[in-house]
Design a protein around this ligand. Sequence first.
Ligand code: ADP
Length: 585
Amino acid sequence: MSALPIASFPEVRAFARTLIRRHRGSLAIMLSLYAVAAVAALVPAYVIGILINDATTHALSDARITAALEVLASSSLAYGALTFFARRRSYILGERVFADLRDSFLQSVLNLPLLEVERAGTGDLLSRTTSDVEAMSRTVRFAMPEWLVAIVQTLLTFAAMALVSPLASLACLVSMPFLFFATRHYLRYATPGYRRERISYASLAGTVSETAEGARTVDALQLADRQNRRIEANLRENFYAEMYTLLMRMIWFPITEGAFALAVAATLGWSGLLALHHVITIGAATTVTLYVVQINDPLDRIVSWLDELQMGQSSLARLVGVSAVRDTRPLSGPEPSDEELRVEHVHYAYGEGRDVLHDVSLVIRPGERLAIVGPSGAGKSTLGRLLAGMDAPTSGSLTLGGVAVSDMPLASLRRHVLLVTQEHHIFLGTVRDNLALAHPEATDPAIEEALDAVDALDWVRLLPRGLDTELGTTGHPLSPAHAQQIALARLVLADPHTLILDEATALLDPRAARHLERSLSAVLEGRTVIAIAHRLHTAHDADRVCVMRDGRIVELGSHDELLALHGDYAALWRSWRHETPSSAS
Ligand code: ADP
């Protein structure tokens, strides 16, 4: 299994930049509001400095105290009001950016080629859509705005300190080396740690979902111990990954806290000394020291949100990584000239593996019923997947009406060829929505016609709201047979000229759904049907039978012709009849 890609730092940065650019206006307004609020927050320390100077020069009067109180009160009010509006804007902005992000992630997920999802396993995708999106939401909604605001506040406070007394402000710089080196060290070693943490969540989610989805197999093969061991190994990895980042924080937090305390102490001592020697006033010394105390708060936030931003960044890298998987299919291309599927000298290997199809050539006649038979592992399903255009042959060509199937835009290919699987999923939505999936422009009469073709119109009409009845997990419950009919009606509506049925997985299992046979034959009527047959009576009823062995076509012809050959098919037929005498005709 090869995991989905993770975007590189420059890719993440470029993505973040376009995201910021799109919201540039609101971002500027929000930051300006915060800047004005930060200036209002600087007023009290300054006023206190003036009052102290007044007191030391005996210039203090009732009027000056009253004026100072008025300034204090109004600056506090202004600060409160401005912060309120700024915060409101920042939350709205956060939600917008997050919605954007989710939109673009959803787009990339929906555009993922099926093959890649199969290759990467669903756990990876699942953890990206859950824990990474979750981490991203914290970053975008809280960490990013708080961080930007803290930077604005820090810069403005530094500027105010420098205005009051550049000389006195110098003292707080003693803590900078500690902050800088500790943080640099932390970021360098913690980033891979957070990435490891996220990857460990993904494998844990993968194992758990795989165990739950395959619960029956796990039971049947008594794999519980093995799965438990796997989950334990995942948990252990998860534990060590978390321990590592925790250790990183345990080293880093005390150093930064210490650095803050050091800055305050150094400024108090140094500006006190300057005041004692009359280089600056006591008021200025007080104001600068208060500013250093005050700056600790935004500086602390800058440094501690870095943590969250790191996590956000590694999550974003995983989200943006999904969009890096490009579907190689073009969005438009030539239309096939007819309905003939032509397989010529096709070789195919999964990934870097050995060839599982060798020099397969086959022309499928429009309208015929072709059964593909052969022992398990012969390559039947693989050929079916290639015919459905799910992957391109390694060499050779596979064309529909002269156009390479793997190069056809998915939307147009699906109008011609459909692979039928057992996923007769009912989506959340009305009956109409569920059918229109196959053909978005379908009119109500066309939808009703499709339902009628599979004998479903009568019961759909009796539903509480007819075509408008809500289905899906929270909607009107459907029996499995009705759900299958909806899925069949979807096929009728999609109206491909060729259907590929993999009997092992197809929803059209006549044995399981005898009573659906009429619906089924209505769907197959007038189409080319390629059946990957696991029961030989399908082969018996087909126009032609294609026998595969070890990735090659070894026999091709009608049932009777092949029996007369006394070859592979005749042997398969004999042993099948022998095994299941009752079902042979
Ligand atoms: P059949 O449908 O006739 O049972 P398949 O087409 O499923 O045969 O398999 C043909 C060969 O390809 C087998 O050797 C099988 O192990 C291999 N194979 C099938 N699917 C995959 C896959 N996803 N990755 C790697 N090998 C595969």
